[in-house]
Design a protein around this ligand. Structure first.
Ligand code: FE2
Length: 344
């Protein structure tokens, strides 16, 4: 049998930066859960012959096991025999860890992120852009600050591709529709929101590409049933799911404290510890945090907090209804187009 060529960790990193590769972890579930290359698909080598259809892209597939050779060679051979193009990672996951290759840190230095504030609702809007290609995405724009956001996009010579909302906001009207009209960018909101005017109905695991970057959609229900978080280049944009030392209220729009606990623990707290967290609001002057700091310091939902205690806290917040809820939710169901009151 011919000796398989291998790919080094450094080359793999370059391919990942350019979105030119699918990474496949073929170890067992326990090994995978103990640590893996972020974004890798997991299919144990024993199941690969039956489950290879899970890998939908036509990219080169890089397989890896613990230390290289053996299982990852076997997996690459199986894939090559069925007509896919595959190479094993030299030295396996051990080599990736040893070389301290961190895609997250690398991309953090490459992406442009602007955090923009709207003071009446204490909301954050985020402008993400590729510094080289100038393609950009706007997350959670607010109607009142659309002109400022558009000016910034123009000043920076960016091409806006997408406008994404983390959820149907109750405290402000989204700027999505107005910006879409002026830029031609596509709007996106959770499929679960049932908003028919959105161009993209987003689902868990969906990928949105701009320039050299990919946003991964994470369904994180709890604050509202259609809440999403967006992971991109070592940062996660959490809307009202995870706030700085806090978590979004769960007392309207099909909110659920139990679901919010699961979303934060199972989706957000499993991201790499150094992931930067950019929330949808902050009422105390903070701008961002990290996953590891929230696991340790979040008084509502640290990683030590039991689910029952969290639910008790959330059930007793007794917060007043958001001032704009009756106006904002119906408008946001129309992508931010305000509903004209009919005079009879
Ligand atoms: Fe909200």
């Amino acid at each position: 049998m011919n000796q398989l060529k291998t790919i080094s960790a450094e080359i793999l990193l370059q391919l990942m930066i350019n979105n030119n590769v699918t990474v496949l972890d073929i170890r067992n579930l326990e090994e995978f859960q103990n640590g893996h290359i972020y974004g890798a698909i997991h299919i144990p080598v024993e199941e690969l012959s039956k489950k290879h259809d899970i890998i939908q892209s036509n990219n080169l597939i890089v397989t890896y096991c613990g230390k290289g050779g053996g299982r990852s060679d076997r997996a690459a051979t199986i894939l090559n025999e069925i007509g896919r193009t595959s190479l094993p990672l030299e030295g396996g996951y051990y080599s990736w860890i040893q070389k301290n290759i961190d895609l997250t840190n690398h991309q953090q230095n490459e992406i442009m992120i602007h955090q923009l504030f709207e003071k009446e609702s204490s909301s954050y809007t985020y402008l993400l852009a590729d510094k080289i290609t100038r393609e950009a995405v706007l997350i959670d724009p607010v109607l009142e600050t659309v002109d400022r956001d558009l000016r910034l996009i123009e000043d920076l010579n960016l091409e806006l591709l997408y406008i994404l909302d983390t959820h149907l906001h109750a405290d402000h009207i989204t700027g999505s529709s107005k910006i879409k009209k002026q830029t031609g960018a596509k709007s996106g909101v959770s499929k679960k929101a049932g908003v028919c005017c959105a161009d993209l109905e987003l689902i868990d695991g969906q990928e949105i590409k701009f320039g050299r970057f990919t946003i991964k959609v994470l369904e994180t229900p709890g604050h509202t049933s259609e809440s999403l978080s967006f992971f991109c280049a070592g940062s996660v944009f959490t809307g009202d799911t995870l706030l700085i030392r806090s978590a979004g209220r769960t007392d309207f729009q099909n909110g659920s404290s139990s679901e919010l606990f699961d979303s934060i623990h199972n989706k957000l707290y499993t991201l790499p510890d150094n992931t930067k967290v950019f929330p949808g609001h902050d009422y105390n002057g903070f701008t961002h945090t990290t996953i590891v700091d929230e696991k340790r310091l979040n008084s509502r939902i640290s990683n030590k907090k039991e689910k029952e205690d969290f639910i008790k806290i959330m059930d007793n917040l007794k917060l007043p209804k958001p001032k704009k809820i009756d106006e904002a939710v119906p408008a946001n169901l129309q992508c931010g187009k305000q509903i004209q009151k009919q005079s009879i």
